[in-house]
Design a protein around this ligand. Sequence first.
Ligand SMILES: [Zn+2]
Length: 319
Amino acid sequence: MTDIKIDPKGLVPSPVAAKELRDKAVYGEPIPVADGVDVVVADNIKDYTGPGTNTYLVGTDRLWVIDPGPADTAHIDAVVSAVDGRPVQGILVTHNHLDHSPAAAPLSDRLDAPVYGYGGLPEELHNQSDEDIDPDFVPHKALMGGETVGKGRWRLRVLHTPGHFPNHLCYQLPEAGIVFSGDHVMGWSTTVIVPPLGNLADYMDSLDLLARTGAVRLMPSHGDPVDNALSRIEEVRVHRMMRQTQVEECLHRGMANPADIVDALYDGLTPRLLRAAQGCVEAHIEFYTSRRALAERAHTGAAKTERPDFNTRTPSRYT
Ligand SMILES: [Zn+2]
């Protein structure tokens, strides 16, 4: 595992940091990260995946597999080998971005285990976004925020944490003070929030939800475990609000075009990361606009304009 820290620009790693992440990563074998928790890292390093996707094995006799990862044969083989013939009670998916869910179906077949998750998004919502979405993701069992799965020491509480993506779930292991935090909060970088599927207001609410768990450690889907969970959550909140202030200052100076705001705020940005930076600025503008509309409604008593319901989902196979 690595100790790369957040990029000072706060959005994505520099190419140099990405190379360093790859050089230090260990792929293809289970690495113990807590009592009864191992991680197998997929070799799918990209701009937003840190050293790769973390697939966690949780438990001793009967396992949970959390975030199966990309449809990469070497990674799937490595997870099956790490399970080592132990029964798997479920494969839990945090969300259906392409670096998280495509291995769920092949692992389900090979491990004879059901897939759990919030559910895929309806196709018309995929079409509104250019994000890397796994369109085929359908869990065997759809989960709701607040429910629990399993029993005893390895019981997991489900947290619905939209913001990065509408169907994002975190999984809390209350006995150990651990939350498997997916892409919601990571140690190595801030998460990408790109409208219309990403939403900053939802993201801030989901940060509150995560903080209320009182988690001690976060196990994110990319990068190392985070030991000081609550201070990291606070750090992310402060970072977001700092960026919000910067974007609002640009708006007040008369800059309306997100590309111009990116130019002003992201000095020396690699061109291929421009779209993500622009999406991030759009999320901050949307946050500003929605808060202003809220304040105006409070003043005038006007009716609320509904956002499209991004939390609808495709049904699971059995429920
Ligand atoms: Zn993601």
